[in-house]
Design a protein around this ligand. Structure first.
Ligand code: NAP
Length: 234
């Protein structure tokens, strides 16, 4: 299985990359990053890429032969000015999904292959533009708009084999979180980063019956995946 990964230098993307490299069913990972990674591996190819609104023929050729894209690029807080924020957190993601779907479908021809586009969203996304929010108003509504557009794209491209999924974790906790973090996580909607990464890999491999995947489902899949790896090691 071959995967394209964005955001591989980030908190979540780094863990996804680590698990991709350890995963026996994954033979090739193409990381699109604006800077070099601090990891090398025979399964990994890093392509230095900074403008995620345009893709070279070289990258599109990789997309055409890939099985999935895990999209972890994005910022937790709004970037300034607002136009740049929209470019990074909205246009890059939707543009990438549009471009990759066109490249995959054009190249696939009559083959029965599928491509899974997995977008790392967030639990606090707001789809109602008129609702008054007390924090992160701009990014939560923009993400709601993005989710709507990605779901529509997925509906339009599913017949062509291009499937779109949105994973919506809550607060992402580090592995081995402190007791304080652990208690906070129990009270809030949270997930451990290694559970999140494992569940994202599951979606990239198997898909799901619905495009939206919430924190509870991600938590249970992540725990099953991590436990089964631990059991295999015994
Ligand atoms: N962390 C959480 O608790 C949490 C919870 C729910 C949802 N999320 C969402 O998950 C996504 C990733 O979160 P994270 O915590 O992993 O963030 P992060 O640690 O800040 O990582 C962000 C990633 O995006 C890349 N990136 C950001 N701006 C870019 C740009 N202009 N051009 C190219 N690459 C760019 C970064 O690359 P560089 O290293 O080159 O900057 C990095 O790889 C975000 O959309 C966030 O909203 C996070």
């Amino acid at each position: 299985m071959k995967i394209i990964l964005t955001g591989s230098t980030g908190y979540v993307g780094k863990e996804v990359l680590k698990q991709c490299l350890l995963h026996p069913q994954l033979s090739s990972i193409i990381a699109l990053s604006r800077r070099e990674l601090d990891v090398t591996n025979p399964k990994l190819r890093v392509i230095i890429h900074s403008d995620f609104s345009h893709y070279s023929p070289e990258i599109l050729a990789e997309v055409s032969s890939a099985d999935a894209c895990i999209y972890c690029l994005g910022t937790n807080v709004p970037v300034r000015p607002a136009e740049l924020n929209r470019k990074i957190n909205f246009e890059f993601a939707l543009g990438t999904a549009n471009t990759f779907s066109a490249a995959f479908i054009a190249n696939k021809g009559q083959e029965q292959r599928t491509f899974k586009f997995v977008y790392l969203s967030g639990a606090l996304t707001e789809k109602d533009e008129n609702k008054k929010l007390w924090f992160l108003n701009e990014n939560r509504k923009m993400r709601g708009e993005l989710e709507n557009a990605l779901i529509k794209l997925g509906r339009d491209t599913k017949k062509g084999g291009f499937e779109v999924y949105l994973v919506r974790p809550g607060f992402v906790q580090p592995e081995g979180a402190s007791v304080r973090n652990w208690v906070a996580g129990k009270l809030a909607n949270s997930i451990m980063v290694h559970h999140l990464a494992a569940s994202i890999l599951r979606v990239a491999r198997d898909g799901y019956r619905e495009p939206l995947i919430e924190n509870d489902k991600l938590n249970s899949w992540g725990k099953i995946a991590v436990d089964s790896v631990a059991t295999r090691k015994l």
